[in-house]
Design a protein around this ligand. Sequence first.
Ligand code: FDA
Ligand code: NAD
Length: 433
Amino acid sequence: MAEKYFKYVILGGGVSAGYAVREFVNQGVKPGELAIISKESVAPYERPALSKAYFFPQGPARLPGFHVCAGTGGDILLPEWYSAKGISLILSTEIVKADLASKTLTSANGDMFKYQILIIATGSTATKLTDHGVPGADAKNIFYLRDIEEAETLAKAIKAENRKVVIVGGGYIGLELSAVMKINNLDVTMVYPGPWCMPRLFTAELASFYEGYYASKGVQIIKGTAAAGFNSDTNGDVKEVKLKNERVLEADIVVVGVGGRPLTTLFKGQLEEDKGGFKTDAFFKTSVPEVYAVGDVASFPMKLYNDTRRVEHVDHAHKSAEQAVKGIFASEQGKLIDEYDYLPYFYSRAFDLSWQFYGDNVGEAVLFGDNNPASENPKFGSYWIKDGKVMGVFLENGSAAENKAIAKVARLQPAVDSLDLLATDALNFACNI
Ligand code: FDA
Ligand code: NAD
């Protein structure tokens, strides 16, 4: 059992860990001072690739091509980069005990890691149907997608021909995975309980475009019901999905995307929590001195909306990590930095579609543009208006300049006199702000 000390430890080796390390180097961290401890076996990578290019039949994304910071056009940080900078990349190491009072982390094999400053970047885990007691949900070939090992197992499983895939869930994973499975020529059925897909962001009008488009690509969609159980063969391989509405679907492969849960259990009772994550200030300091939380596990002050939020998206993972590290170095030097002032940004890509959303989807939604899935070049979006001001903007198929314009509008929250005029003015409204 070894015991090691590092001035700075990042717990977790995902997206925010990778961007935090780059910022540590920018800030002049010295060799030997910093360690990343990750239960994954590879250096930090851009997790979004796993539900998109990782499954492309031609030229799929593979490591080292999508290590951080490929996602933002930065240098790709290879394992050699960490050793050249004197940063300890401690992989395949799961921390099973954390004691903040003695500043000690203990791994599954009993190694102990002591630190002065800890950054918690443990991210989320996929919600399992077994957690909900769904009968038969432990059958083989029922997949979840959170890390590269799971992506690789699923990529191998779809290699056999004529496979029937059922996707359970109509959120991010459901929409992105059903698209890549279809691109692989598989027979794909999506099942979700809501009246339309991605209900946490899409309005009925936005969703109707995506549902129509997916149907035109051959994805079968069953709405308003959920998986109630699974039947498997004598090998234990899944063969059928039983739905709550009594329908039974044949399946060789099931991919489940029914939401995630932030990984906070290691610190239960040791840190103040809020909205399922660790409560932080605008510099990602938690309730315990010298302990920071970033990415999916941070519940931080959202200055723009004057409330506290937890955000499970990659842009916030990058920015929160950089903010925390800048704050650590600033306080060591007795300097001040600006508070985190985050503008929510989510995006997705599937088939040849690509959307971006900025801001808050609250208030009345105003659809604009052509959202007919049969159109040759559909382009549409939605504004959300509350108290006479634009709060959020969604755009499918926007150019770089148009996406920049909608981000600006969501940040500035201009006043809107007439919702009817806004609908006709459409993207011009955003581009003229
Ligand atoms: P992240 O999950 O990246 O990293 C957590 C790390 O901590 C992992 O390495 C994990 O193994 C490690 N860890 C956890 N507990 C540990 C322990 N006890 N001991 C050691 N290590 C431990 N967002 C977006 O905006 N656009 C997109 O297109 C996508 N696409 C996407 C696809 C898929 C498949 C997923 C799963 C997620 C996305 N996301 C996304 C969400 C985005 O990837 C997510 O918000 C960030 O990865 C969060 O970064 P974190 O660093 O917080 O967690
Ligand atoms: P999600 O919350 O986006 O979607 C979950 C979906 O599952 C919802 O549509 C919900 O109605 C449905 N659902 C819930 N219970 C169900 C049940 N019993 N049967 C069928 N459907 C059910 O979560 P996700 O898609 O699993 O994504 C997991 C995490 O990965 C999230 O943090 C997400 O932000 C992240 N992610 C983000 C992106 C992106 O930003 N482009 C892409 C992939 C993953």
